[in-house]
Ligand binder design. Structure first.
Ligand SMILES: [Zn+2]
Length: 304
């Protein structure tokens, strides 16, 4: 799985940062790409990547502030031009009101889409998607308007088959191997065997938490705790800007440190960066951070 940061700025576009959007390439895991927030000009940013808009079939919107949503209608409209003849429906997950917002703007701009949009609206912390591979929960945050984060939990996967051990029993590779993997118990030559005796250890599914705009609050630790990867806003990167961050209901590097201490996370990506810092300042700040704490920039791509 990969993550692409299409826009990493806060509030308004600046010379070096577009407004918010993140795309996950889950092609290997789910044969899908997912977008989180869609700030203005997100579709322009996509052109500088290998992401195909037709492969994005789920969009998650955190809240209605313009820097997170003003690119949505443009993206949806252009996607219609880029699709092959096979319709690829899209599902938009967002706070209550997202359907009204999209429907109105599509109508008002005389846009016609050649694919269907499904909507999943929520107004609290809830499980908003579950299938055999993954669960996604919305998590309520504390911002100047209702705002939600998202927790993506991939389910654990069964281990790989011990072919040597199976062949010792006389079971040759073939479709029966699939049955053994899928069932808890299998029968061979009139004897019952536990499949787990022929499988390596279960592979733990990754947990990725995305925290868009919020002030720090104690329960955020509970939300984030068992994550492997955290992508979080950190609008203000200097310790002496803590009060400023609180005033605007955003987070500061001091808050991130608290999260880092309480949760054992492999990698923390910091985004939604204020335009007040120039490139040199960002470089200096990054040099003082641990290796697993990364201030991202537009078009950064990471393997997860
Ligand atoms: Zn906001």
């Amino acid at each position: 799985m990969k993550v692409n940061f299409l826009g990493t700025g806060a509030g308004l576009p600046s010379k070096y940062r577009n407004t918010q959007s993140i795309v996950f390439n889950f092609m290997q895991e789910l044969k899908e790409c997912w977008m989180f927030d869609c700030g203005e000009a997100t579709q322009h940013q996509i052109m500088s990547t290998t992401i195909r808009p037709s492969k994005i079939n789920k969009i998650f919107i955190s809240h209605f502030h313009g820097d997170h949503i003003l690119g949505l209608i443009g993206f949806l409209s252009s996607r219609s031009f880029l699709l092959n003849k096979d319709e690829e429906p899209i599902t938009i997950y967002g706070p209550v009101g997202i359907k009204e917002f999209v429907d109105f703007n599509i109508r008002a701009t005389y846009s016609t889409l050649n694919y269907k949009i499904n909507f999943v609206e929520f107004d609290s912390s809830n499980k908003i998607l579950e299938n055999e591979d993954v669960v996604v929960e919305s998590v309520e945050l504390d911002h100047t308007v209702k705002c939600y984060g998202f927790k993506i939990s991939f389910k654990n996967k069964k281990g790989t088959l011990n072919v040597e051990k199976l062949q010792q029993l006389g079971i040759k590779p073939g479709p029966f191997y699939r049955t053994i993997k899928e069932q808890d118990v299998f029968e061979y030559n009139g004897v019952n065997y536990n499949s787990s005796d022929f499988l390596s250890k279960e592979k733990k599914g990754k947990v990725i938490t995305i925290i868009p705009d919020t002030i720090f609050f104690d329960d955020i630790i509970k939300i984030i705790r068992n994550s492997d990867i955290l992508i979080t806003e950190c609008t203000y990167l200097k310790e002496d800007e803590l009060q400023l961050a609180k005033n605007h209901k955003h987070m500061n590097i001091v808050d991130i440190r608290k999260i880092q201490k309480s949760c054992d996370i492999n990698k923390i990506f910091l985004t939604h960066i204020s335009s007040r810092y120039d490139k040199n300042t960002i470089k200096e700040i990054q040099e003082q951070l641990e290796e697993n704490l990364i201030v991202v920039k537009d078009l950064d791509e990471f393997n997860l």
